[in-house]
Each structure stands twice: as structure tokens, then as C-alpha cells.
Design a protein around this ligand. Structure first.
Ligand SMILES: [Zn+2]
Length: 421
């Protein structure tokens, strides 16, 4: 909470403050890494193009497998020991690559291969270049993240860098549907590393003015409310029935603001189902809520509050109301060590002619950084992917002029971390 207040500047203000404070303090740019990052830009664009042309919606298992083929071949070419690991709940595969060096740092880099888009999306949203923007479904979220990881490692290799013990790369195939089959592995692998860097995109400069990193993301959960009533003839004997739909409506209204009293919780009823024919009083009804959690204890408190509230009153006597909360991805909170990584990232960005780096305090969208920080062992930083916009929407794009700074950032960050005693 302290961090959120401190950094809830508008990006514009942050930019001004930063250029004042870092202009003089910034370390000298590493020209060799910068030149290598610049030289890599056409190859990054080529990688993005190839990845976008493979449609890989979360339901498209074959498409995801093709992205996995591509990513695994690239990791093989970097000299990584690679393997494919089946997710625990589906035929989707993860790709894992491990590089061994001569130093002490143990770092893991993560990004996801799946997108939210349905098959055939390229027909209406093709890959295209327009000025500083490259458009394509999933280009920012999260194919840009895969590209930044692969090419940053290539940049470091071109410099002969081997100041690390283990570099693990993990690409998962189910982030957009909650990482149910990969989250546990992300969490257990994170516990074997000092640092986890996560490559979701960051907001485009056209929207946020300044590129950034992310300090916190909500955990996700799903609340379900089920009402059991009694069926009866809606025309001839309505009073004999117990209308589950009416009771469900009553309970949804009673609980619509319930999360407002619980720190770190958010709840919104999003879909519901009741009855099946016009002339019958419905005997059952069920509603589902999207739940976001920013504190570890928020789930338990919300569940208790939901149960208490729904037992408090009945609009329709003799109906039964049952609520449950299923917790998905845990919340990501950078904490002190993640914050230290963010500060280091900001100092590295400042090496690029005082380029500012914004700290986004929190997002309502979930991220796999939640599983990584759930390990409690690794320092975790999120949103090191490319700057872009239109995620999960139409006309998704990345900003081409974020490619070089982002390669430079990852390469310098790993180089710096490798020097740590
Ligand atoms: Zn994503």
C-alpha cells in the first residue's frame, strides 16, 4: 500500500521527476550491449512476424505446439538444454530451456505462448506495419515477451556473457485461461531461482507516455452462487413454486458491493443461468462472479462475508443458497526485493539518455508472476515485455521503438545481477 501511494504519479509527472533525478546520476551506457540490441532489431521483428502468423489461442493446441516448436528450436540454437513438458491438465505443452554458466546467479525468464484470440483471427486482424507500430493478434501479449527473452539472451551471448549459474526459460501455453496446468511448475521452479523476470507487455507510450514495469497484479478467483427452489406451473400454480431466479437476483443485489468492505478484494457478478422454459417457476439458478484478490487473506474473508450475507435474508422463503469461492492464480506483489529489481531497471533505463521508466502500481489483470512470487523465494519483476496496446481487444500492437530499450534492459539487468556476490 505504501508503494502504491508513493508511485501513483501520472506517467507524465514521473517522467519529469525522473529526468531531473536520474539525468545526472545515470551510469554510462554500455555501448557494446546497446549496439548489439540495435543490431538485433530486424531479427526481433522477424521473430514477431513468424510468431504472429502462428495462431495460438488457448484452445488451439496444435497452434500452441507450433509456437513451442519455434521457441524450442531458438532455445536449442542458444545452446540451452531444452525439453517439452505436458501441462498437468491438458495436452498443451510447456517449453523449458536451461543454460549453464560460470557464475552464481540463478534466474528464470517466463512468458506465455497462448493468446485470447479465436482461430481465424488473422483474416480480420492481419500482421501489419504502420509507422512505429507493428500490429498482430498476440503480438504484445505475449509474443513480444517471447521475442524479448530469446533475443536478449542472444545479445548477451554475443558479448560472451556467462556470469550466471543457471538461466531457465519457461514458456507456458495456458496463461490466458488461468495457467491451471502450468502454475504449479512455475511456482516450484521459481523456488529454485534467485530472480524471476516475467515478460508480459507494458503499456504503450501512446497511452501511458512512458514505458514501465509492474509492481503488483491481482490474483484471480471465481465465486459461484447456486439457489435451489421448487418448480411449479407458472400459470396455474405459481404460489406452489419457490422461484430460484428471484432469490438469485435478490442475493446478487445483496452481495454486489460486498467486496468493497474487504481490503484487497474485488467481486463482480458476470453471468447467470436460470430456468429453461417460459411456463415453469424455475427450481434452480446459478450466478458466477469474477473475483480479483490483492492480498493473501482476502479470499478467506470474502468467502466468509459471502456466506454470512447470503444467509442473512430470503426474498423467497424455503429456497437454499450456496456460495463457494474457487481461488485461481495467486496475487503478485513485488515486495521489497521486487522493488529493488524495479529500481535497478529504472537506473538501467536512465543509461539510455535519461529514458524514464514508470512503475505501474497494480493491475486488475492476473499474471504468472503471481505463481512465481507465490514461491516466496525468488525476487520477481513483471512486465519486461514490449510496449504495446490493444491486449485482448482489436488492433493489438507493439511499439517498434520499445524493442531496443527492452533488449538493453534485460541484458543489462542480467549482467548486473550476475555481478552480485
Ligand atoms: Zn499475457
Amino acid at each position: 500500500m505504501h508503494l502504491m501511494k508513493k508511485f501513483l504519479l501520472t506517467p507524465c509527472l514521473a517522467a519529469v521527476a525522473l529526468s531531473l533525478s536520474f539525468g545526472a546520476l545515470a551510469q554510462k551506457r554500455d555501448d557494446a550491449i546497446f549496439a548489439a540490441a540495435q543490431a538485433a532489431q530486424p531479427a526481433v521483428i522477424d521473430t514477431l512476424h513468424k510468431l504472429v502468423l502462428i495462431e495460438s489461442g488457448s484452445a488451439n493446441i496444435a497452434g500452441i505446439a507450433r509456437v513451442a516448436d519455434f521457441a524450442q528450436a531458438r532455445l536449442d540454437a542458444l545452446g540451452a538444454k531444452t525439453e517439452r513438458i505436458k501441462t498437468s491438465n491438458s495436452e498443451r505443452v510447456m517449453v523449458k530451456g536451461v543454460l549453464k554458466g560460470q557464475g552464481r546467479l540463478k534466474a528464470m525468464l517466463i512468458a506465455h505462448m497462448d493468446t485470447v484470440y479465436a482461430d481465424g483471427i488473422l483474416a480480420t486482424q492481419p500482421y501489419k506495419l504502420d509507422g512505429n507500430r507493428l500490429y498482430g493478434p498476440g503480438i504484445a501479449d505475449d509474443k513480444g515477451g517471447i521475442a524479448v527473452i530469446l533475443h536478449s539472451l542472444a545479445v548477451l551471448q554475443s558479448q560472451g556473457w556467462n556470469d550466471f549459474a543457471t538461466l531457465t526459460v519457461l514458456f507456458n501455453p495456458d496463461e490466458e485461461i488461468g495457467s491451471g496446468g502450468s502454475g504449479a511448475l512455475i511456482q516450484s521452479l521459481a523456488a529454485e531461482h534467485d530472480v524471476v523476470l516475467s515478460y508480459e507487455p507494458t503499456a504503450a507510450k501512446s497511452m501511458a507516455k512512458v514505458e514501465g514495469v509492474l509492481l503488483a497484479a491481482a490474483g484471480t478467483a471465481m465465486a459461484t452462487m447456486e439457489v435451489k427452489g421448487k418448480a411449479s406451473h407458472a400459470g396455474a400454480a405459481p404460489d406452489e413454486g419457490r422461484n430460484a431466479l428471484i432469490e438469485l437476483s435478490h442475493q446478487m443485489l445483496a452481495t454486489e458491493g460486498i467486496a468493497k468492505g474487504i481490503a484487497g478484494a474485488q467481486l463482480n457478478w458476470t453471468y447467470a443461468q436460470a430456468g429453461s422454459v417460459r411456463n415453469q417457476i424455475p427450481e434452480s439458478a446459478v450466478a458466477t462472479a469474477d473475483v480479483r484478490l490483492l492480498k493473501p487473506d482476502a479470499a478467506e474473508k470474502l468467502q466468509a462475508a459471502l456466506v454470512a450475507k447470503t444467509q442473512e435474508s430470503r426474498r423467497v422463503p424455503d429456497t437454499h443458497v450456496h456460495v463457494k469461492l474457487e481461488v485461481g492464480r495467486p496475487p503478485y506483489v513485488a515486495g521489497e526485493r521486487g522493488m529493488a529489481l524495479a529500481q535497478r531497471a529504472r537506473a538501467i533505463y536512465a543509461e539510455l539518455d535519461g529514458r524514464p521508466l514508470f512503475f505501474h502500481p497494480v493491475t486488475g489483470g492476473g499474471t504468472d508472476a503471481g505463481f512465481a512470487s507465490g514461491s516466496g523465494k525468488a525476487a520477481v519483476l513483471e512486465s519486461l515485455g514490449l510496449a504495446g496496446w490493444g491486449f485482448h481487444a482489436r488492433d493489438e500492437y507493439i511499439e517498434i521503438d520499445s524493442i531496443v530499450p527492452r533488449l538493453y534492459l534485460t541484458a543489462r539487468l542480467l549482467q548486473d545481477l550476475g555481478k552480485q556476490p
